[in-house]
Design a protein around this ligand. Structure first.
Ligand code: KMH
Ligand code: ZN
Length: 272
């Protein structure tokens, strides 16, 4: 089965001091996404930063970034509603009003490194319902086994679109599951049989867990949001080399890379 590659070029945490190639401004993000598209990415997972490089849910910044990406390539845009730990939930949720093809839905509150990631149940339910109204496909971010159960409850309440659901198994966030093959296997086995899924492997075990996810039939995410390094001590000069690496892993496993049209079908994105 073909592989949907998602590029995650920015994220909420890292700074240019951590990796000078991190894109933070709309033009920089659009350029990084266009490069990833050329290399095989069909989905772009987007976090926004203000002019001081802080996470923001400013809809003007989001619209401008989406427009700049669309000028460059037809990649499917997935806005992060995680945004950043300091941004209030209401502002984060309002991003779906821009009607990206996809947006993330983080089902539970949790510790997140030294911070707190607030996703109160009533707010999550409201956001899920609004995404369904707008035809914005949720990517369900599960950082622990209970998060999957929370998603299945949302589904049972009719707050998620028709299956198949799209999941990210997030490994390696301090506060969520550790980045181990055992945790990945446990989660992959617990997903609904027809779920579409990818691994988000944060930090040092990014390569290994991305490879295992691909071998298990999952999709792949690649980019500086998840790891700043290509290997120990070697910063990645942008997300491009990480996307190239994911593409090479998929091809080595005889899995072709999905183009945008195919990815939209595989992810069951509502027609526009
Ligand atoms: N930053 C990752 C740990 C989101 O942006 O909504 C998870 C993520 C979720 O990408
Ligand atoms: Zn993200």
């Amino acid at each position: 089965m073909s592989v949907v590659i998602t590029v995650a070029p920015t994220g909420p945490i890292a700074s240019k001091a951590d990796n000078p190639h991190l894109p933070t401004q709309p033009e920089e993000i659009a350029d990084a996404v266009a490069r990833a598209y050329e290399l095989g990415a069909s989905v772009a997972h987007i976090h926004l930063r203000d002019t001081e490089h802080r996470p923001t849910a400013d809809p003007d910044v989001a619209r401008r970034t989406m427009d700049l990406i669309a000028e460059r390539c037809p990649i499917l845009i997935q806005l992060s509603t995680g945004v950043g730990l300091s941004v209030p939930f209401e502002e984060r949720a309002a991003l779906v009003e821009l009607r990206p093809r996809m947006a993330t839905l983080n089902p539970c509150s949790m510790s997140f490194g030294a911070g707190e990631f607030r996703n109160p149940p009533a707010d999550v339910r409201r956001l899920a319902g609004r995404m369904a109204e707008l035809g914005v496909k949720p990517e369900l971010e599960v950082y622990d086994t209970g998060h999957l159960d929370a998603c299945l409850r949302l589904r049972d309440e009719g707050l998620l679109p028709d299956e198949p659901l799209q999941f990210s198994i997030v490994l390696g966030v301090a506060g969520g599951m550790a980045a181990t093959p055992e945790n990945l296997l446990t989660m992959a086995q617990r997903l609904p049989a027809d779920a579409v899924w990818q691994v988000i492997a944060i930090g040092r075990r990014n390569l290994e867990l991305t490879a295992i996810g691909l071998a298990l039939g999952g999709n792949a995410r690649a980019g500086l949001e998840d790891t700043l390094y290509l290997r120990k001590g070697e910063l990645s000069p942008g997300s491009g080399p990480l996307v190239e690496r994911a593409v090479a892993l998929a091809r080595a496993l005889d899995r072709p890379i999905a183009g945008v049209e195919e990815a939209a079908g595989r992810l069951r994105l509502p027609a526009r």
